[in-house]
Ligand binder design. Structure first.
Ligand SMILES: C[S@@+](CC[C@H](N)C(=O)[O-])C[C@H]1O[C@@H](n2cnc3c(N)ncnc32)[C@H](O)[C@@H]1O
Length: 269
């Protein structure tokens, strides 16, 4: 099980290199993330593909829904969504967004997917994870169960290509190489090793970070790198050349490749 070991080693290396646990980081960043999703296009690209295999009688389990970028539109289109979300801060924003939209067919499960597997009541038409599998060590157990539970198991994740501008910032301000979470370059071999042969489609997505002001830009990255306020001016100098104004909005406007990994039961046998 070499591919599994490689995946797990990368999960652990990434965890150890983090300045705080992923859960703590989302605790500070849930509101920010809710805005971030709106300035990027991955939901617009992927949602229509998901909806093609769903109808009003469908059931969906979503792993790591975050603030609900997919959850809300999925819930409007199907019978029920079970949303498995371990971060209390993300759940709070998700629940607020659901309430504001008047959506009541989402069951929120306050656990990591690893702990929720036993109690998830299938069958599901779709199990979907968008940028949420990076911290799952027992990925073999999770995937084995998801393919049992759901006709379509779909994961959106990064391509694994390093983003040089982000790495350079990390190196300079954190003082070490950024250890990236495992992405499709680890995930696909793991699935094949398990006898799961999904389709993989690469997509170009935006990777925009948009801010109300220069101060907000610097503050965001200062917090991300856990820097004291005294480092603000030097951070500003490093960030400003990466930014531009589009329609009056200051942002770091980048693109990034993502992988849509799609397993449909019975398709490849
Ligand atoms: C980058 S956000 C993505 C949110 C949303 N899926 C989206 O694409 O907009 C990652 C989410 O995955 C959740 N997550 C991390 N590890 C998880 C796990 N083991 N099980 C379920 N969710 C997890 C995080 O709490 C966070 O809400």
């Amino acid at each position: 099980m070499r591919a599994l070991r490689d995946w797990q080693a990368q999960v652990v290396a990434c965890r150890e290199a983090r300045l705080e646990s992923a859960n703590q980081a989302w605790g500070r960043a849930a509101e920010w993330f809710d805005d971030w999703v709106r300035t990027n296009d991955y939901v617009d690209q992927v949602l229509p593909r998901l909806l093609e295999v769903l109808d009003p009688t469908s059931r969906v389990v979503e792993i790591g829904p975050g603030t609900g970028a997919f959850t809300l539109p999925l819930a409007r289109a199907v019978e029920q969504v079970v949303a498995v979300e371990p971060s209390a801060a993300m759940r709070a924003v998700l629940r607020r967004n659901l309430a504001r939209a008047g959506i009541d067919n989402v069951e929120v499960v306050p656990q990591p997917i690893e702990d929720a597997l036993e109690t998830l009541a299938g069958p599901f038409d779709l199990a979907f994870a968008s940028y949420s599998l990076y911290d799952v060590e027992a990925m073999d157990v999770v995937m084995r169960r998801l393919v049992e539970l759901a006709t379509h198991v779909v994961a959106l994740m990064g391509s694994g290509e390093p983003r040089e501008w982000e790495r350079a910032l990390h190196r300079r301000f954190v003082g070490q190489e950024r250890v990236a979470p495992p992405q499709v370059q680890y995930f696909y071999p793991l699935l094949v090793e398990m006898g799961i042969y999904p389709d993989v489609e690469m997509l170009w997505t935006t990777y925009n970070h948009v801010y109300d002001s220069e101060e907000a830009l610097v503050e965001r990255w200062r917090r991300r790198f856990h820097l004291p306020e005294s480092q603000g001016p030097i951070l500003r100098q490093a960030l400003l050349p990466l930014t531009e104004r589009r329609e009056g909005q200051l942002g770091i406007y980048q693109r990034s490749r993502a992988a849509l990994v799609w397993n449909e039961r019975g398709r490849h046998v």
